[in-house]
Write a protein that binds this ligand. Sequence first.
Ligand SMILES: [Zn+2]
Length: 395
Amino acid sequence: MATDPRQAAQTRWLSAAQLVGVVRSEPGITRTAAAQRMGIGSGGAAELVARMRHARLLDETRAPAQGRGRPTTVLGPHADGPLVLAADLRATDWRLALAGIDGLPEVVAQAAYAGEELNPALAELADAIGAIYRRKSKRLRAIAVSVAGTVSDAKLVQFTSRGWKNVDLSVLTDAIPDRADVRLLLGNDATLAGLAEARTGAARAATTALYLIVAQGIGGTLVVNGETLTGAHGAAGEYGHIPFGDPTLVCPCGARGCWDLTVDGRALARHRGDEAPDDSVAYVHGLLGKRDGITRRAFEAVAASLGRGAGALVNLHDPEVVTLGGVAAALRGAATDAFDDAYRDALMAFRKDSPPPVRDAEHGEDGPLHGAVTLALDHVTTAAGLADWAGRQRV
Ligand SMILES: [Zn+2]
């Protein structure tokens, strides 16, 4: 029976894709340990690594000797291996980072922007992407962009804090001659930060992980078996617009009682009798040291709302672990008892004895950037992606 040669090539790269997965989850792993993770012998591992070195995917360097065992080697990206670009486009600035197959981002450009128009900032970011492409054209395989807004298909449909709508982000690859050759991928910042926590952060190794992030309002994502649940159009995870909040408050989104309004700096300000802050995150940080009664009660109310909603989402999703990003961790830390009590109270009885742990996120501010690298590398390091790369090395 005739076999599709393309399919046969992909099958040949399945074990390579598995090894790349191991290197990505444990950067700096030795060849011996990687072979153990994959359940293959040392001979098979040596052969596989040799094939991957030949294809300019992985390379190995001798590890410092440990004890009396035979010297081993550490696996890492090949010096001429595939690269991805990751951009984090936020409400007032952007960063662009380059990463190899081990997924460790190195920031190569960044800029702040102001004004009422997004287009000049997008043009500047597109120029930076074009400059990298001209230097690394043969190696650059994918670009992933994290945006602080709602993403649907290839569009930024709602840029949360600036009110911009229906922005076509395909302009970011305008400076790349053959766009089809370098894939552009988009993701919401909270979704990507949650992806990063589940792959290489505080929810590492959990099969089902819930991530919640508070900035202005609250967002998050559910990650199942290492993949985010992003819905039919990539816009799922709008946790802030579930009515876990105060039903007397009307949200700018048009709904009543949104959780968004009771878990952030705006909520703290309302409880303290202050005006709504321009910068919700800075407002939270500015209050963290304050010990007066009204501020303490404000933190307790906000932490309780955060805990109650987290408990409700645990009832819904049954995660192994919940991670908190943005200022969510600080809000919990400022009123731990209020958070814990509300979290437990919201849980169904059978969950109360061993509730999923709630951990602070590990990637912090870099979460969306790490998540964008993950998204881009996922595209490049499938068996089909590696077969495609290996095919290109022969020309
Ligand atoms: Zn809302």
